[in-house]
Write a protein that binds this ligand. Structure first.
Ligand code: SF4
Length: 272
């Protein structure tokens, strides 16, 4: 049986540390890394990815289904189908707050990764993989402080591997390891407009004026978007959990300022 070993690369702190630990031989080598591009990462992540590529002897395959950012903008303008990003909702009649279902991780991160995985094994997307002939190991950069994100791979021919957890390495230890090895601190990897951002992360994004202006624009665009009808929401959509426009939201940087976070809402595919 052949084994394909790939790293799921988000280009954030944990997956970058894992990528470089593999390169240094601290973790067994992979055949390739796969970066699922949502088309909505901050420039810092794309720059970091370009740098990381120069540090690795194994290839990074960049793959993209569609641009989530464009899909959101066009859906908000009523020019294409609805989408499913986890925006905050405010019911205008009852004042009740909620959150839309999150489908984006699956559609824009997980499925493109699996498509690429199959292609690397020589299969087309709809083709059946003979699990007696192939097995894929997908290395995921979840650290020991994010145990709740560990999930079993549902594909019959693949299994998830969590080397940072096996080695009991936390996110803080990843940062220490990067520093000790004279590598730059990786940026937070996530869509610029992701509602899972903490106030600290929104404040960091605010430092880049162009990106912040675009975030404010997207926040305004989604407010009364047509998609609300399809989702049967009689209210407004927001990027910030306070359900106020992001340009006016109180971005107080304190610990545990977020009800929802990447740590418990994503499957190790966003934010690391
Ligand atoms: S980072 Fe946020 S918006 Fe982007 S795919 Fe993940 S959950 Fe969705």
């Amino acid at each position: 049986m052949k084994t394909l070993r790939v790293l799921s690369l988000g280009a954030g702190v944990q997956s970058t540390t894992l990528a470089l630990m593999i390169e240094k031989g601290e973790i067994p080598m992979v055949d390739a890394a796969i970066f699922s591009d949502t088309g909505a990462e901050p420039k810092a992540v794309y720059d970091h990815l370009d740098w990381l590529e120069t540090q690795l002897s194994y290839p990074i395959h960049r793959t993209q289904w569609r641009s989530l950012k464009k899909d959101i903008i066009y859906a908000a303008l009523g020019e294409n189908d609805s989408f499913s990003a986890p925006f905050f909702t405010l019911n205008s009649k009852t004042g009740k707050k909620g959150m839309l279902m999150r489908q984006c991780t699956r559609d824009y991160k997980i499925l493109p990764l699996y498509r690429k995985l199959k292609r690397l094994m020589g299969y087309r997307w709809r083709q059946h993989v003979n699990k007696k002939k192939w097995h894929a190991e997908v290395l995921i950069g979840i650290s020991s402080d994010e145990m709740q994100r560990v999930k079993e791979n549902k594909l019959p021919y693949a299994s998830n591997v969590y080397p940072l957890i096996e080695k009991d390495i936390s996110r803080a230890q990843c940062l220490e390891w990067m520093k000790k090895n004279n590598y730059p601190e990786p940026p937070r990897s996530a869509c610029t407009f992701c509602p899972y951002h903490s106030n600290k992360e929104w404040l960091d994004l605010k430092k880049n004026k162009d990106e912040w202006d675009e975030i404010v624009k997207i926040d305004e665009l989604i407010r009364y978007a047509d998609m609300q009808k399809e989702n049967k929401i009689t209210g407004q959509l927001f990027l910030h959990q306070s359900c106020t426009p992001i340009s006016q939201a109180k971005l107080v940087n304190k610990k545990n300022d977020l009800q929802f976070s990447f740590d418990d809402e994503c499957e190790g595919m966003c934010g690391n």
